[in-house]
Design a protein. Structure first.
Length: 411
């Protein structure tokens, strides 16, 4: 059997991380039978490092919100055409599309037209809004692989072949770096209380979220920490998303200088270590909320988009919560500060009760532990102890490769 050609595509920081892990795992599983694969598609630097022959950079198409997408449409459309042209030319054996539905549903249609099976990994939030898109999944997606347990029943009820594979982040071990070592690397004072500020992975998100986070940091610094009755000073940690390029990192540093002048703010590259060692965190809605949950770090969720995007979303989104931990739990576990409620004062009011030891902090930590258990699939039997969400996706992909490919559909 010849080595397969695999198209794999991710458009955002979290998906790009999963994509890199999946390329490595597919190679490992193929190597057991003396085979390898060629990987082509769209991704970021980690996927390239893992071996992706990149056609389009994910950084060039990852924008958020209705007005933001409209503004960048010419560039997005240009990159999309490049992807389609490459698909037609190279005819990969299978496609793995990771989240990012606005681009990936259109690509799925193209793959369907060419008779190439599509695995969609990380479900778009069709259960929240745009439920009409389920027809696209039914028509163009061979297998939907979901990472949240409630999604499996949603797709099964709509006749879609679906598997809950567990959440990839739940398989990661806790960071091994000690608090003292992390402090030395980041220039932090290990005797102080740290608060992590995670403004998002896109420049627009960062510009919208970071100023209020830093304003809250200033208020907290003036009041002094209340963690365990200590009067030690706070320090603030801002992890940098790996998808940010040099100019975007410079922009973030400029925001810190402008809005956080005089504050003990430290920029770091390791978000998981920052969340693990921070006393508490302020986290923009997105994958980072799941990371904070899995690491058991008490946090407050913030979320802001343009006024137009928010007004439209408010009318069409049909879920009771914004933060994924709250959606999984089916109740309010972490505070949500949405749009106009996202202010420095509200951040301070909601994070201060989480800082000292006591009922509020311990209650949240217990709820976060329950959610973590819901995102983890226990080993199914002997020899299965190393199975992970990523290894399940790779195994399903290779099984799909061994199955008959549907005949091409005439244009």
């Amino acid at each position: 059997m010849s080595d397969p050609s695999i198209f794999i595509s991710a458009g955002e920081a979290s998906g790009e991380h999963y994509g890199a892990l999946l390329i490595d795992e597919l190679r490992n599983q193929l190597a057991l039978s003396g085979r390898d694969a060629t990987f082509i598609g769209m991704g970021g630097p980690r996927m390239v490092q893992a071996g992706l022959n990149r056609i389009v950079r994910s950084e060039d198409v990852a924008v958020m919100g209705i007005t933001e997408v409209i503004r960048h449409l010419p560039r997005i459309y240009r990159e999309f055409r490049r992807l389609k042209a490459s698909i037609r030319q190279r005819r990969p054996d299978i496609a793995i599309l990771i989240d990012f539905p606005d681009i990936h549903f259109k690509l799925a249609e193209e793959f369907h037209r060419l008779g190439i099976p599509v695995i969609f990994f990380v479900s778009p939030q069709l259960w929240a809004w745009k439920k009409h898109r389920i027809k696209l999944v039914q028509k163009y997606v061979s297998k939907m692989l979901v990472i949240f347990p409630f999604e499996e029943s949603f797709y099964r009820d709509h006749g879609v072949e679906v598997t809950f594979v567990g959440h990839p982040l739940a398989d990661l071990p806790t960071p091994e770096i000690s608090r003292e070592h992390f402090a030395r690397e980041a220039g932090l004072n290990a005797s102080r209380s740290w608060i992590a500020l995670l403004p998002g992975s896109r420049p627009k998100e960062i510009g919208d979220n970071l100023p209020q986070m830093l304003a809250a940091a200033r208020i907290l610094s003036l009041r002094g920490p209340r963690a365990a009755g200590s009067r030690k000073e706070f320090e603030f940690i801002i992890p940098l998303a790996p998808t940010l390029n040099a100019s975007q990192r410079k922009m973030l540093a400029g925001l810190v200088k402008h809005h956080g002048e005089g504050l003990p703010v430290h920029l770091v590259d390791d978000a998981r270590a920052a969340l693990y060692h921070a006393r508490a965190s302020v986290v923009a809605s997105g994958t980072a909320t799941v990371e904070a949950t899995l690491l058991g770090n008490p946090f407050v969720v913030v979320y802001r988009v343009s006024k137009l995007t928010y007004e439209i979303a408010r009318r069409v989104v049909k879920v009771p919560f914004v933060a994924m931990p709250n959606l999984i739990a089916g109740k309010m576990v972490v505070p949500e500060l949405i749009q106009n409620a996202f202010t420095a004062g509200n951040i301070v009011r909601n994070i201060e009760p989480l800082l000292p030891e006591g009922t509020v902090r311990e209650s949240m930590k217990m709820e976060l532990a329950r959610i973590r258990a819901m995102l983890t699939i226990a080993p199914t039997g002997f020899g299965d102890n190393t199975e992970t969400a990523i290894s399940r996706v790779a195994e399903i992909t290779l099984k799909q490769l061994g199955s008959p490919v549907p005949a091409p559909v005439e244009s």
